[in-house]
Design a protein around this ligand. Structure first.
Ligand SMILES: C[S@@+](CC[C@H](N)C(=O)[O-])C[C@H]1O[C@@H](n2cnc3c(N)ncnc32)[C@H](O)[C@@H]1O
Length: 187
């Protein structure tokens, strides 16, 4: 099945988990990538890769020695990525973003350069939202960034600002639907 169909069919099966009808557009991906220097990164994490649209763009920019850890709760998406992206730098983890620390410890990775998140924060309980943002801030290196793209609402901004003093807001209308991008730097 083609990736857009897999995405839409998983949305129909799990609307609250997937929370979008289509993968991110090239315009949104370019907006997200314009805030990072991936060539110099050692370890990058992605939350909610779906069919791997952003994942693919990250792998294109990362160096050959880097690692990309993808956290995805939906097993069908995990299997789709594993079957369609053969890359030694990629580690697909069928678990929630909240468990970042356990997996970094297991893989012997001390910290991360960037985290990218497309997960639907507006549908996640406050306690879990805070947990994901806090552990991401804790595990980022100094100067590292958390990039959050979020459709529909700016609600997540107030939670991000609790943990990241330096948070910038961008908007990309060339996406279905248009999306906010929050650029949070660990200072
Ligand atoms: C809107 S889709 C984003 C897909 C993809 N990143 C893109 O830009 O096309 C949200 C994704 O987040 C995943 N997800 C939801 N909650 C999650 C969580 N707590 N941890 C990891 N992934 C999660 C869903 O299964 C889904 O793949």
């Amino acid at each position: 099945m083609n990736s857009k169909l897999v995405f839409f069919s998983n949305f129909l099966n799990s609307p609250n988990e997937v929370a979008a009808i289509a993968p991110s557009s090239r315009h949104l991906i370019n907006q997200i990538l314009s805030h990072v220097a991936l060539e110099d990164a050692n370890c990058v994490v992605e939350y909610g890769p779906g069919v791997g649209t952003v994942t693919y763009a990250l792998l294109e920019k990362l160096s050959q020695n880097a690692k990309l850890l993808c956290f995805e709760t939906n097993l069908k998406f995990c299997n789709f990525i594993k079957n369609n992206m053969k890359d030694d730098r990629l580690v697909v983890i069928n678990d929630s973003a909240e468990n970042l620390a356990n997996h970094l410890k297991r893989l012997n990775i001390p910290d991360i350069d960037y985290a990218f998140s497309g997960i639907p924060f507006s549908l996640i309980k406050t306690k879990n939202k805070n947990g994901i943002i806090k552990i991401t801030r804790d595990k980022l290196r100094q100067g590292g960034k958390f990039l959050v793209y979020q459709q529909y609402s700016m609600m997540i901004r107030k939670y991000l600002k609790i943990y990241f003093e330096n948070t910038k807001t961008k908007f990309e209308f060339r996406n279905i639907p248009p999306s906010y991008v929050f650029v949070c730097e660990k200072t």
